[in-house]
Design a protein around this ligand. Structure first.
Ligand code: A2P
Length: 286
Protein backbone atom coordinates (compact mmCIF):
# COMPACT_ATOMS: atom_id res chain seq x y z
CA UNK A 1 0.00 0.00 0.00
CA UNK A 2 1.38 3.33 -0.93
CA UNK A 3 1.60 5.84 1.77
CA UNK A 4 -0.91 8.67 1.35
CA UNK A 5 0.15 12.26 1.80
CA UNK A 6 -1.90 13.63 4.67
CA UNK A 7 -4.71 15.79 3.27
CA UNK A 8 -3.64 18.83 5.23
CA UNK A 9 -0.09 18.78 3.83
CA UNK A 10 -1.35 18.37 0.28
CA UNK A 11 -3.73 21.28 0.67
CA UNK A 12 -0.99 23.39 2.16
CA UNK A 13 1.33 22.60 -0.73
CA UNK A 14 -1.32 23.67 -3.25
CA UNK A 15 -2.55 26.75 -1.38
CA UNK A 16 -1.24 30.13 -2.53
CA UNK A 17 1.51 31.61 -0.42
CA UNK A 18 -0.04 33.26 2.63
CA UNK A 19 0.97 36.94 2.65
CA UNK A 20 3.19 37.74 5.59
CA UNK A 21 1.91 41.32 5.74
CA UNK A 22 -1.61 42.71 6.15
CA UNK A 23 -2.96 43.89 2.76
CA UNK A 24 0.17 42.51 1.11
CA UNK A 25 0.70 42.79 -2.64
CA UNK A 26 3.59 41.35 -4.60
CA UNK A 27 6.03 43.55 -6.53
CA UNK A 28 6.12 42.60 -10.24
CA UNK A 29 8.49 45.21 -11.69
CA UNK A 30 10.91 47.89 -10.43
CA UNK A 31 12.55 50.58 -12.60
CA UNK A 32 15.09 53.12 -11.38
CA UNK A 33 14.96 56.34 -13.39
CA UNK A 34 17.56 58.47 -11.60
CA UNK A 35 19.35 58.26 -8.27
CA UNK A 36 16.33 60.08 -6.80
CA UNK A 37 13.40 58.48 -8.67
CA UNK A 38 11.98 55.00 -9.23
CA UNK A 39 8.72 53.37 -10.21
CA UNK A 40 7.33 49.94 -9.44
CA UNK A 41 4.37 47.75 -10.27
CA UNK A 42 2.62 45.29 -8.00
CA UNK A 43 -0.38 42.98 -8.00
CA UNK A 44 -3.81 44.57 -7.58
CA UNK A 45 -6.14 43.58 -4.74
CA UNK A 46 -9.07 41.74 -6.34
CA UNK A 47 -11.61 43.93 -4.57
CA UNK A 48 -9.96 47.28 -5.32
CA UNK A 49 -11.92 49.70 -7.51
CA UNK A 50 -10.57 53.21 -7.96
CA UNK A 51 -10.93 56.22 -10.24
CA UNK A 52 -7.91 57.23 -12.33
CA UNK A 53 -6.10 60.04 -10.47
CA UNK A 54 -6.81 58.79 -6.93
CA UNK A 55 -4.28 57.77 -4.29
CA UNK A 56 -3.93 54.98 -1.73
CA UNK A 57 -1.76 54.36 1.33
CA UNK A 58 1.16 52.08 0.62
CA UNK A 59 4.21 51.06 2.60
CA UNK A 60 6.25 48.45 4.38
CA UNK A 61 6.45 46.98 7.85
CA UNK A 62 8.51 49.28 10.10
CA UNK A 63 11.40 48.16 12.28
CA UNK A 64 10.76 46.21 15.47
CA UNK A 65 10.22 48.57 18.38
CA UNK A 66 12.93 47.53 20.87
CA UNK A 67 10.70 48.41 23.83
CA UNK A 68 7.55 46.57 22.80
CA UNK A 69 9.01 44.04 20.37
CA UNK A 70 6.20 44.94 17.97
CA UNK A 71 6.26 46.14 14.36
CA UNK A 72 3.93 48.75 12.90
CA UNK A 73 3.23 49.36 9.20
CA UNK A 74 4.92 52.46 7.81
CA UNK A 75 2.48 53.95 5.30
CA UNK A 76 2.39 57.01 3.03
CA UNK A 77 -0.09 58.36 0.50
CA UNK A 78 0.88 57.50 -3.07
CA UNK A 79 -0.95 58.50 -6.23
CA UNK A 80 -1.80 55.48 -8.32
CA UNK A 81 0.13 55.92 -11.59
CA UNK A 82 -1.69 53.13 -13.43
CA UNK A 83 -5.15 53.64 -14.93
CA UNK A 84 -8.32 52.25 -13.36
CA UNK A 85 -8.60 49.42 -15.92
CA UNK A 86 -5.07 48.04 -15.42
CA UNK A 87 -4.72 44.55 -13.92
CA UNK A 88 -1.72 45.72 -11.89
CA UNK A 89 -0.92 48.80 -9.83
CA UNK A 90 1.90 51.23 -10.65
CA UNK A 91 3.54 53.82 -8.39
CA UNK A 92 6.17 56.50 -9.03
CA UNK A 93 8.31 57.50 -6.08
CA UNK A 94 11.10 59.70 -4.89
CA UNK A 95 14.03 58.17 -2.97
CA UNK A 96 14.89 60.13 0.16
CA UNK A 97 17.99 58.67 1.75
CA UNK A 98 16.84 59.42 5.31
CA UNK A 99 13.10 59.26 4.55
CA UNK A 100 11.37 56.82 6.93
CA UNK A 101 9.63 54.92 4.12
CA UNK A 102 11.42 55.70 0.84
CA UNK A 103 14.88 54.94 2.28
CA UNK A 104 13.59 51.32 2.49
CA UNK A 105 11.07 51.24 -0.34
CA UNK A 106 13.74 52.15 -2.91
CA UNK A 107 15.36 48.74 -2.29
CA UNK A 108 12.29 46.60 -3.11
CA UNK A 109 12.73 43.86 -5.69
CA UNK A 110 10.43 41.74 -7.84
CA UNK A 111 8.74 39.17 -5.59
CA UNK A 112 8.91 41.35 -2.45
CA UNK A 113 5.71 42.35 -0.70
CA UNK A 114 4.39 45.85 -0.09
CA UNK A 115 1.40 46.89 2.00
CA UNK A 116 -1.43 48.47 -0.02
CA UNK A 117 -4.52 49.64 1.84
CA UNK A 118 -7.41 49.27 -0.62
CA UNK A 119 -9.13 52.58 0.21
CA UNK A 120 -8.65 54.96 -2.72
CA UNK A 121 -9.37 58.70 -2.31
CA UNK A 122 -8.44 61.97 -4.02
CA UNK A 123 -9.55 65.08 -5.83
CA UNK A 124 -7.74 64.68 -9.17
CA UNK A 125 -10.67 62.88 -10.76
CA UNK A 126 -12.85 63.65 -13.74
CA UNK A 127 -15.92 63.72 -11.49
CA UNK A 128 -14.62 66.92 -9.85
CA UNK A 129 -14.54 68.88 -13.13
CA UNK A 130 -17.39 70.21 -15.26
CA UNK A 131 -17.21 69.52 -19.02
CA UNK A 132 -14.83 71.62 -21.14
CA UNK A 133 -12.83 71.65 -24.37
CA UNK A 134 -9.29 71.37 -23.09
CA UNK A 135 -7.79 69.73 -20.01
CA UNK A 136 -4.47 70.82 -18.51
CA UNK A 137 -2.37 68.61 -16.24
CA UNK A 138 0.27 70.57 -14.28
CA UNK A 139 2.98 68.58 -12.49
CA UNK A 140 6.32 69.05 -10.79
CA UNK A 141 8.61 66.11 -9.97
CA UNK A 142 6.72 62.99 -8.83
CA UNK A 143 3.49 64.98 -9.16
CA UNK A 144 3.41 63.41 -12.62
CA UNK A 145 2.09 60.15 -11.08
CA UNK A 146 -1.69 60.81 -11.11
CA UNK A 147 -1.36 62.07 -14.68
CA UNK A 148 0.40 58.85 -15.68
CA UNK A 149 -2.92 57.29 -14.69
CA UNK A 150 -5.17 59.92 -16.31
CA UNK A 151 -3.17 59.96 -19.57
CA UNK A 152 -4.02 56.25 -19.93
CA UNK A 153 -7.66 56.72 -18.95
CA UNK A 154 -10.19 56.61 -21.85
CA UNK A 155 -12.47 59.14 -20.08
CA UNK A 156 -9.79 61.84 -20.51
CA UNK A 157 -10.09 61.61 -24.31
CA UNK A 158 -13.86 61.05 -24.34
CA UNK A 159 -14.38 64.26 -22.38
CA UNK A 160 -11.78 66.59 -23.92
CA UNK A 161 -10.59 67.59 -27.42
CA UNK A 162 -7.13 68.61 -26.19
CA UNK A 163 -4.96 67.26 -23.35
CA UNK A 164 -2.01 69.43 -22.27
CA UNK A 165 0.53 68.00 -19.82
CA UNK A 166 3.19 70.29 -18.36
CA UNK A 167 5.97 68.82 -16.23
CA UNK A 168 8.54 71.01 -14.49
CA UNK A 169 11.59 69.31 -12.94
CA UNK A 170 14.96 70.44 -11.75
CA UNK A 171 16.94 68.16 -14.07
CA UNK A 172 16.47 66.54 -17.48
CA UNK A 173 16.69 62.95 -16.15
CA UNK A 174 13.65 63.57 -13.95
CA UNK A 175 11.51 63.97 -17.06
CA UNK A 176 12.30 60.49 -18.45
CA UNK A 177 9.51 58.52 -16.74
CA UNK A 178 6.87 60.91 -18.09
CA UNK A 179 8.40 61.29 -21.52
CA UNK A 180 8.71 57.53 -22.09
CA UNK A 181 5.19 56.94 -20.85
CA UNK A 182 3.76 59.53 -23.27
CA UNK A 183 5.83 58.20 -26.18
CA UNK A 184 4.63 54.66 -25.46
CA UNK A 185 0.98 55.73 -25.84
CA UNK A 186 1.45 56.00 -29.62
CA UNK A 187 2.26 52.31 -29.94
CA UNK A 188 -0.14 51.03 -27.29
CA UNK A 189 -2.38 48.76 -29.34
CA UNK A 190 -4.91 48.25 -26.58
CA UNK A 191 -5.37 51.97 -25.89
CA UNK A 192 -5.54 52.82 -29.61
CA UNK A 193 -8.23 50.19 -29.97
CA UNK A 194 -10.21 51.05 -26.84
CA UNK A 195 -9.94 54.85 -26.93
CA UNK A 196 -9.74 55.26 -30.71
CA UNK A 197 -6.90 55.09 -33.24
CA UNK A 198 -4.61 58.12 -32.86
CA UNK A 199 -6.13 59.26 -29.54
CA UNK A 200 -2.62 60.37 -28.49
CA UNK A 201 -2.68 63.16 -31.09
CA UNK A 202 -4.83 65.10 -28.61
CA UNK A 203 -1.84 65.32 -26.24
CA UNK A 204 0.47 68.32 -26.08
CA UNK A 205 3.47 67.60 -23.85
CA UNK A 206 5.35 70.58 -22.36
CA UNK A 207 8.37 69.51 -20.26
CA UNK A 208 10.56 72.19 -18.67
CA UNK A 209 13.64 72.14 -16.44
CA UNK A 210 14.85 74.74 -13.99
CA UNK A 211 18.35 73.71 -12.97
CA UNK A 212 19.77 71.89 -15.99
CA UNK A 213 19.97 72.95 -19.63
CA UNK A 214 17.12 71.61 -21.79
CA UNK A 215 15.17 72.80 -24.86
CA UNK A 216 12.65 74.61 -22.62
CA UNK A 217 13.82 76.09 -19.36
CA UNK A 218 11.90 77.80 -16.56
CA UNK A 219 9.09 77.27 -14.11
CA UNK A 220 5.75 76.71 -15.83
CA UNK A 221 4.24 79.45 -13.65
CA UNK A 222 6.72 82.03 -15.02
CA UNK A 223 6.29 80.73 -18.58
CA UNK A 224 2.52 81.22 -18.27
CA UNK A 225 2.81 84.69 -16.76
CA UNK A 226 5.06 85.83 -19.61
CA UNK A 227 2.73 84.22 -22.17
CA UNK A 228 5.59 82.08 -23.54
CA UNK A 229 3.93 78.76 -22.65
CA UNK A 230 0.72 79.66 -24.52
CA UNK A 231 2.69 80.83 -27.55
CA UNK A 232 4.75 77.62 -27.59
CA UNK A 233 1.64 75.46 -27.25
CA UNK A 234 -0.42 77.46 -29.74
CA UNK A 235 -3.35 77.86 -27.35
CA UNK A 236 -4.91 80.93 -25.67
CA UNK A 237 -4.50 81.51 -21.90
CA UNK A 238 -6.82 79.48 -19.66
CA UNK A 239 -10.45 80.52 -19.78
CA UNK A 240 -13.37 79.26 -17.65
CA UNK A 241 -15.49 78.65 -20.78
CA UNK A 242 -13.06 76.15 -22.32
CA UNK A 243 -10.28 75.09 -19.93
CA UNK A 244 -10.16 72.63 -17.07
CA UNK A 245 -7.05 71.87 -15.00
CA UNK A 246 -5.56 69.47 -12.49
CA UNK A 247 -2.51 70.42 -10.42
CA UNK A 248 -0.13 68.08 -8.60
CA UNK A 249 3.19 69.31 -7.31
CA UNK A 250 4.98 70.71 -4.31
CA UNK A 251 3.05 73.00 -1.99
CA UNK A 252 4.48 76.32 -3.24
CA UNK A 253 3.74 75.34 -6.84
CA UNK A 254 0.17 74.33 -6.03
CA UNK A 255 -0.51 77.60 -4.20
CA UNK A 256 1.03 79.73 -6.93
CA UNK A 257 -0.99 78.05 -9.67
CA UNK A 258 -4.20 78.18 -7.64
CA UNK A 259 -3.69 81.92 -7.16
CA UNK A 260 -2.97 82.37 -10.89
CA UNK A 261 -6.08 80.40 -11.88
CA UNK A 262 -8.41 82.18 -9.50
CA UNK A 263 -7.10 85.70 -9.77
CA UNK A 264 -5.80 85.91 -13.35
CA UNK A 265 -7.83 83.42 -15.37
CA UNK A 266 -11.06 83.44 -13.35
CA UNK A 267 -11.26 79.68 -12.76
CA UNK A 268 -13.06 78.17 -9.77
CA UNK A 269 -11.73 75.28 -7.69
CA UNK A 270 -13.84 72.13 -7.81
CA UNK A 271 -14.30 69.08 -5.60
CA UNK A 272 -15.97 65.69 -5.83
CA UNK A 273 -19.04 67.16 -4.16
CA UNK A 274 -19.01 70.37 -6.24
CA UNK A 275 -17.42 70.01 -9.69
CA UNK A 276 -15.90 73.19 -11.18
CA UNK A 277 -12.93 74.29 -13.33
CA UNK A 278 -9.80 73.00 -11.56
CA UNK A 279 -8.60 70.69 -8.79
CA UNK A 280 -5.39 70.53 -6.73
CA UNK A 281 -3.48 67.81 -4.91
CA UNK A 282 -0.14 67.81 -3.14
CA UNK A 283 2.54 65.48 -4.49
CA UNK A 284 3.29 63.40 -1.45
CA UNK A 285 6.98 63.46 -0.62
CA UNK A 286 8.85 61.73 2.13
P1 A2P B 1 13.17 75.51 -9.00
O1 A2P B 1 14.34 74.66 -9.40
O2 A2P B 1 13.21 76.88 -9.61
O3 A2P B 1 12.92 75.54 -7.52
P2 A2P B 1 11.22 70.32 -6.09
O4 A2P B 1 12.16 69.22 -6.55
O5 A2P B 1 11.84 71.32 -5.18
O6 A2P B 1 9.90 69.79 -5.60
O7 A2P B 1 10.88 71.15 -7.41
C1 A2P B 1 10.43 70.53 -8.58
C2 A2P B 1 10.32 71.56 -9.66
O8 A2P B 1 9.28 72.48 -9.33
C3 A2P B 1 11.58 72.40 -9.81
O9 A2P B 1 11.85 72.53 -11.19
C4 A2P B 1 11.22 73.69 -9.15
O10 A2P B 1 11.87 74.82 -9.71
C5 A2P B 1 9.75 73.79 -9.46
N1 A2P B 1 9.05 74.67 -8.51
C6 A2P B 1 9.22 74.74 -7.18
N2 A2P B 1 8.39 75.66 -6.63
C7 A2P B 1 7.69 76.19 -7.65
C8 A2P B 1 6.68 77.19 -7.75
N3 A2P B 1 6.23 77.85 -6.68
N4 A2P B 1 6.19 77.47 -8.96
C9 A2P B 1 6.63 76.81 -10.04
N5 A2P B 1 7.56 75.86 -10.03
C10 A2P B 1 8.10 75.55 -8.86
Amino acid sequence: MTEMTPVTDAAAAKAPKVPALPDAQTVTEVKHWTDRLFSFRCTRPASLRFRSGEFVMIGLMGDVNPKTGKQKPLLRAYSIASPSWDEEMEFYSIKVQDGPLTSKLQHIKVGDEVILRPKPVGTLVHDALIPGKRIWFFATGTGFAPFASLLREPETYEKFDEVIITHTCREVGELTYGRELIEALKDDELLNEVIGEGFWKKIKYYPTTTREESPKMGRITDLMRSGEAFEDLGVPPLNPDTDRAMICGNLAFNLELKDLFENTYGLEEGANSKPAHFVVEKAFLD
